[in-house]
Design a protein around this ligand. Structure first.
Ligand code: NG6
Ligand code: CA
Length: 505
């Protein structure tokens, strides 16, 4: 399907009109302004979906997006951890340019500058309504948060008209939802307090009251206990606002569905940031045992089900043909990320990394190469794309829907790649993992020599720190088993020079 952007827009209008007979589009919707939905999973690996060749787990609803859309095999999260990836997704800026873009505690200030261009801000200017539902993890406020008052700045100050979020991660306090800057269901007579350094007098922790635990911690995660689960950080009060872990997925889904149903008149951008399969894995009991892999597998099945229900809603509301869905994950997979939950023990033959080396936290491929699917019914021709693309590129690509440019970002306009009209993706990409960077260029990956540990025992992952330079030809060696730096010294020099130039060294 080769065509220019203008003819694409024309075709959209024609194909939308011809589709009217089957599923009516909403009258008044501008078909050159499709709704945009980003469905973002947390710690889902390249090999965690049956559409990405997993044989031990079945994800029919996500597979339906892959089968009916474009499945990318060389798409990257901007980082091997959450906060930096999300920062780049929304701002189009490499996370390593911002030294604060690292895993944030629940009390961290807002990471995005309120003057910075963001995807939702850009879309608002184009007449979109915007919302984030799910995991935020980009900081809130300016330093000291009073959780009992309006919390600002946050998502609503960087472009989202509406926000319903969890502040950081499911394993970090505060374990409450925040709706448009206000802790939801908070009783003013039971104020909520949060501290990441010191416990509140007399409050139980995993260390003082292990008998209260329904889930056991493995490393970290031994502070406040909420719903029997030990968390990172200390929290007191706010009892009426505490979320139910097992209902989290249903709660976000319902919110996402209601958002779609109530925003049919104007184009919308929905950032649906699901919490699965990040720890603590708490799928609703109806998914218990369904994967045979313990809570991690069950949580993936839960996420898959939610996505199926969400897409159904788009369909029944007559919006599916005018909605671009982008599906991806914020970083690669991890099994034991701090709790004993059978993820390792019940893994069986499943390979969450899909043959890639490393995992979450890793500069090796499994850290950042993630499932990435674009779906737009009747617009994107089903297929597979091997083009190199990064989540950071979504901003400039969307902007080019209207031939607009975004300045001062690292985002590349690759709309035609996203839509399957071109296979020419990025020439190069800087990969990032916990502050370490590497270069992918064409089929080559160059990782500089790094100090520090390569194998992180507690999570069982090789993060890629080795005291010598590494060079891999990824087309021949997907699993990065053979470091060919010594064999190709000229290539090393070439890659190193490009890497250093791009990194501004
Ligand atoms: C780590 C946590 C891990 C997870 C991660 C953030 C410990 C020992 N480990 O520090 O459990 O929460 O942060 O994950 O505390 S992310 O996907 O949000 O980046
Ligand atoms: Ca993550």
């Amino acid at each position: 399907m080769k065509k220019s952007l203008i003819s694409l827009i024309a075709l959209l209008t024609i194909s939308c009109n011809s589709a009217k007979k089957e599923e009516p589009l909403n009258p008044g919707k501008d078909t050159t302004k499709p709704n945009i939905v980003i469905i973002y999973l947390d710690d889902l690996g390249y090999g965690d979906l049956s559409s990405y060749d997993a044989t031990e787990i079945n994800t029919p609803n996500i597979d339906a997006l892959a089968d009916g859309g474009l499945k990318f095999t060389n798409a990257y999260a901007s980082s091997a951890t959450c906060t930096p990836s999300r920062y780049a997704l929304l701002t189009g800026v490499y996370p390593w340019r911002n030294r604060n873009a690292k895993i944030l505690p629940g009390t961290a200030p807002l990471l995005i500058d309120t003057l910075q261009i963001t995807l939702p801000k850009f879309l608002k200017k184009e007449g979109y309504e915007t919302a984030v539902i799910g995991k935020w993890h980009l900081g809130l406020g300016t330093g000291v948060i009073n959780w009992n008052e309006h919390i600002s700045p946050g998502p609503n100050e960087v472009g989202f008209d509406e926000s319903y979020i969890l502040a950081a991660t499911q394993d970090r306090v505060p374990t409450v939802y925040i709706e448009n800057g206000q802790v939801a269901n908070l009783d003013k007579n039971d104020p909520l307090e949060v501290n990441y350094f010191k416990n509140f007098d007399g409050e139980p922790t995993a260390l003082t009251n292990p008998e209260m635990l329904t889930m056991t911690w493995h490393h970290g995660h031994n502070n406040s206990i909420v719903n029997g689960i030990p968390r990172i950080g200390f929290m007191k009060g706010g009892k009426s606002a505490i979320w139910s872990d097992i209902d989290m997925a249903d709660n976000f889904l319902l919110r996402a569905q209601n958002y779609v149903k109530s925003h049919k008149e104007k184009p919308f951008f929905l950032y649906y940031a699901m919490q699965e399969p990040h720890v603590p894995r708490t799928p609703h009991p109806r998914f218990k045992g369904k994967s045979g892999m313990g809570p991690r597998g069950d949580a993936i099945l839960e996420a898959d089900w939610c996505i199926g229900e969400f897409v159904k809603t788009l369909k029944t509301e007559g919006l599916l043909e005018n909605t671009l869905i982008i599906f991806s994950s914020d970083n690669g997979p991890v099994l034991n990320d701090g709790y004993y939950d059978d993820a390792v023990e019940k893994l069986g033959d499943h390979d969450p990394a899909g043959g890639l080396r490393g995992g979450k936290y890793s500069i090796f491929e499994a850290g950042t190469r993630v499932p990435f699917i674009t779906y737009w019914k009747n617009k994107i021709e089903p297929g597979v794309s091997d083009a190199i693309i990064c989540q950071m590129d979504i901003l400039a690509s969307i902007a080019s829907l209207w031939k607009k440019e975004v300045k001062n970002t690292d985002s590349k306009p690759l709309l035609e790649v996203l839509l399957g009209d071109s296979k020419k993706g990025r020439d190069h990409l800087i990969l990032e993992a916990t502050g370490k960077t590497a270069l992918r260029r064409g089929d080559w990956i160059y990782i500089p020599a790094y100090e520090g540990k390569n194998f992180r025992e507690e999570v069982g992952i090789e993060v890629g720190n080795l005291p010598f330079e590494q060079l891999y030809n990824i087309s021949k060696d997907t699993g990065q088993k053979e470091n060919v730096a010594e064999e190709y010294p000229d290539k090393v020099l070439e890659m190193k020079a490009i890497f250093e130039k791009l990194r501004g060294k």
